[in-house]
Every structure is written in structure tokens, then in C-alpha cells.
Design a protein around this ligand. Structure first.
Ligand code: SF4
Length: 310
């Protein structure tokens, strides 16, 4: 069988080892060298182009259904649970804690829960929502299992690597939020970032109030493609009676240098991975809005127009 292997950036260093193993089992193996952002980003076009019958996608669980033969090989990491000891002091004022992690550590979540129970806490684990498949699992674009327990807990606790995943959950919740990062060895509340990102969002909205021409970003990545939303937004922008123009801009992976060359546009709206309009705003000199932020801009523009008429 001809197989295309797909690895996220952190696992690309293992490509040759896996290729040789599958070749040894009688397969013809090709490795995708394209950047891979998640299971939302399956290399189906590449696989079809090279005549592969199957994709083996490493590092992520299934995200969305596709009409192609895909085998998911999740990558589990056994992080050192010893760091949990350092979380009891900062959490001492909170009786009920809601815990969450990523697919890489989901097999450790029960041990994390046991630790807190032994420390006298009540532990709540949210059901999976949307794209997440396991209880307590969050993705960068899906923190439903955290948001759904926000009202039931006194504090939220994320166990795992990096800021990417907990930031999404932080922005969808309201309770004190403790990050336990076993690789950096840090245990800290990250609540301050709620206000940082809220300010950034307000700044983008205000910077877009004078915008006349708006570019709507659409990706061809199969799990992020949202042409339907792009068309609705285009109709909304141009039908708002505010003299605005909009165009749909399509790419697989957005190159912000290339987008910056589109000087006619005063602002951009993202319909792809929702994290782009949160994490990548500094990569463009023009505002990069979410759909909700665009709605806010249109509302302000309409209010200004009627105020100026009065
Ligand atoms: S956060 Fe973005 S890149 Fe990650 S799974 Fe969600 S859509 Fe894909």
C-alpha cells in the first residue's frame, strides 16, 4: 500500500524511523514535508496527488470526518506528576477544581484528579464538546470541556505543555486559572491574560472603524475551511449600507507577508482556525478580526453613521 505520513512539527524528527518501519512491513511510504497544524489539516490533496491509499497522521486524535482512509496515531507523553505538589499551596483557597489537559496527557488526567482528591479537593472533569473526544480534553479551538464546568468550580487547572491550549480555555472561562506546566516546571495563575487579550480585541475593533475594504481569509485546510461563513460575512459587509467592499482571499497556509502586499485592504477577517485572529494579529500591520469582532465593527460603524446624520 502507498502511504503518506503526516507529522506535526514537534514529531517530524521521527519521520524516517516511522517510514522505515512501515516500509519494512511492505508498504511504499512518502512523508509530507508540509507544515501540519492539527488533525484539522489532513494532507488529503497531497495524498491524492501522489496516489496514496492511506494517510497515517501522527500526534493528534480525529478532528472531523473525511472521506479518505486516515489512521490516527495519537502521541502520549508521560509528564512528571511530581510538579503537582507545588499546586496545593496556590489552590488552598479553592475547594472545587476543574481539571483539563490535551490529548497528549489525557491518559494522566485520572492521576491528576486522584492527586487533588487526596489533597482534599472536589474534582470536576468536563464532558468533551465539539472537536474534543475525551472528558477533560481541550484543543486550541475547543475548550468546551472547560467552559461547561466554569460555573461549577472555584478554580480551573490546566496540566500540560505550553500556553497555546490553556489560553483558549482561559478566554472562554471566568474562574481563577492555574497553569501547571511540567516541562518548564512552572505553576502559576494566568488570569491576567484575560484582560490583555480583551484589550487587544478592543484595540483591533477601534482600529477597524475607519476601514472601507475588508479581506475575508478562507483556508483550504479541510477541517478549517469555512467558505459558507465567508460568503455570509461578505454579504453582510457589503449589504450593511455603509459603502464597504469585501473580497474573499483563499490560501492553504496564510503567508502574512504575502497578505501584507494586498495594500487595498484596511482590515482582514479570519474564518479559518479561530486562533489565527487571537495569536497572529501582530504578524499584520492591519487589524485581523474574528467574525464576532467584525460584527462589533459593523455595529459601531452603523451607530456612527446614524449619529452623524442626526
Ligand atoms: S486550534 Fe486551529 S490548528 Fe488547532 S485543531 Fe483547532 S483549528 Fe486546528
Amino acid at each position: 500500500m502507498r502511504i503518506l505520513l503526516q507529522f506535526p512539527e514537534g514529531l517530524k524528527q521521527q519521520a524516517l524511523r516511522h517510514a522505515k518501519k512501515l516500509e519494512g512491513e511492505g508498504n511504499e511510504v512518502v512523508v509530507s514535508a508540509t507544515p501540519t497544524f492539527g488533525a484539522c489539516d489532513l494532507a488529503i490533496d497531497e495524498a491524492k496527488n501522489i496516489g496514496a491509499q492511506k494517510i497515517v497522521h501522527f500526534g493528534h486524535a480525529e478532528f472531523h470526518h473525511v472521506d479518505f482512509n486516515v489512521e490516527y496515531v495519537p502521541y502520549q507523553i508521560d509528564a512528571d506528576l511530581g510538579i503537582l505538589e507545588r499546586s496545593l499551596e496556590p489552590l488552598k483557597a479553592f475547594k472545587t477544581v476543574g481539571i483539563m489537559t490535551t490529548i497528549q496527557h489525557i491518559h494522566q488526567l485520572e492521576s491528576v484528579a486522584d492527586f487533588f482528591r487526596r489533597g482534599g479537593k472536589e474534582v470536576v472533569v468536563g464532558r468533551p464538546y465539539g472537536f474534543a473526544k475525551k472528558a477533560g480534553q481541550i484543543l486550541g479551538c475547543d475548550a468546551g470541556s472547560a467552559a461547561s464546568i466554569d460555573r461549577k468550580v472555584d478554580a480551573l487547572v490546566y496540566f500540560g505543555g505550553g500556553m497555546f491550549h490553556p489560553l483558549g480555555a482561559l478566554l472562554m472561562t471566568t474562574k481563577p486559572f492555574l497553569l501547571i506546566e511540567p516541562f518548564q516546571g512552572s505553576v502559576e495563575f494566568i488570569d491576567k491574560y484575560r484582560e490583555v487579550y480583551a484589550k487587544r480585541s478592543r484595540g483591533k475593533i477601534l482600529a477597524s472603524v475607519e476601514a472601507k475594504n475588508i479581506g475575508i481569509l478562507v483556508t483550504t485546510k479541510n477541517g478549517q475551511n469555512n467558505m459558507v461563513m465567508a460568503k455570509i460575512l461578505k454579504a453582510k459587509i457589503e449589504g450593511a449600507g455603509l459603502g464597504l467592499n469585501a473580497a474573499i482571499l483563499v490560501s492553504n497556509t496564510f503567508d502574512f507577508n504575502s497578505i501584507s502586499n494586498m495594500l487595498e485592504f484596511d482590515a482582514f477577517v479570519n474564518t479559518a482556525c479561530p486562533r489565527i485572529s487571537i495569536d497572529d494579529t501582530d504578524r499584520l500591520s492591519k487589524p485581523l478580526l474574528s467574525a464576532n469582532e467584525l460584527n462589533e465593527v459593523l455595529k459601531i460603524k452603523a451607530e456612527l453613521k446614524s449619529y452623524n446624520k442626526a
